[in-house]
Design a protein around this ligand. Structure first.
Ligand SMILES: NC(=O)C1=CN([C@@H]2O[C@H](COP(=O)(O)OP(=O)(O)OC[C@H]3O[C@@H](n4cnc5c(N)ncnc54)[C@H](O)[C@@H]3O)[C@@H](O)[C@H]2O)[C@@H](O)CC1
Ligand SMILES: [K+]
Length: 218
């Protein structure tokens, strides 16, 4: 069963109010995505991974994925789409603070795409730029980051929603990540099934939200 962004946000809020905090949802979302990548590649040890992280919770998921893949032995670089003190959510900044304590992960901040020119090739790119919180025309540096991803021949995995896809309408009237695989959380979003051209292979992952959080929503 597919759901709308509004329904997802209501379910998320219900779960959070019940005590299953967003922070737990984010951890489970990131862990499930990392697991899917390990399954896909058999082994991600020494794979070069570039994680693009937005400043919202889609970015937060990306930061969780970065931490998990480093644990599996990948060589991980995180590109934050802005300055750390502009991170908008408590869950995302909590995960950023964790990564700042990890020598094993290379952090690039302030959204300066020049940083990427002199980096060697990547095997995997994680699109944690925009998810269900996308609104309006894509601004910079998000648009250039999406273009960078599109030009890369790395394996591309979209977190929750390919950045640039409207999860409700399926429209991509702007730059959009063309992913090889999308890992979406809790339930499929209504605009995705008809857009496998940008989602690639879609995996729906449960992230531990109590099923009672759907009461009154679905
Ligand atoms: N709903 C849920 O149950 C869960 C949601 N999670 C994640 O949270 C995401 C939603 O997080 P948010 O609501 O923080 O939203 P997003 O992280 O999708 O996007 C919001 C961020 O993107 C920026 N942004 C929005 N539109 C933009 C545009 N057109 N150009 C440039 N920047 C733009 C905003 O300024 C904000 O920084 C989901 O997609 C999913 O990845 C997960 O943590 C798991 C749980
Ligand atoms: K995304």
């Amino acid at each position: 069963m597919c759901i709308t962004v509004k329904q997802m946000m209501q379910i998320e809020e219900n779960g959070h109010q019940m005590g299953f905090l967003r922070k737990f949802m984010m951890e489970n979302a990131g862990a499930a995505t990392a697991k899917r990548l390990v399954e896909k590649f058999g082994d991600v040890k020494s794979k070069r991974v570039l994680v693009f992280g937005g400043l919202g919770n889609n970015g937060g998921d990306g930061l969780v994925i970065a931490r998990h893949l480093a644990g599996y032995g990948s060589s991980v670089t995180v590109f934050l789409l802005g300055k750390p003190n502009n991170i908008r959510s408590e869950e995302c900044s909590w995960n950023w603070n964790l990564l700042e304590k990890m020598e094993s992960i290379k952090l690039l901040t302030d959204g300066n795409l020049e940083h990427l020119n002199n980096l060697d090739k990547f095997d995997i790119i994680v699109d944690g730029i925009l998810g269900t919180g996308i609104s309006g025309e894509i601004r910079e540096p998000h648009a250039s980051a999406i273009t960078f991803i599109s030009k890369s021949n790395a394996f591309k995995v979209a977190v929750d929603v390919p950045s640039g896809l409207n999860p409700d309408t399926g429209e991509t009237n702007q730059a959009c990540v063309k992913a090889d695989m999308t890992v979406t959380f809790h339930r499929m979003k209504v605009g995705m099934p008809k857009r496998t051209d940008v989602c690639g292979e879609i995996y729906v992952e449960k992230i531990g939200i109590p099923l009672e959080a759907e009461i009154g929503v679905l």
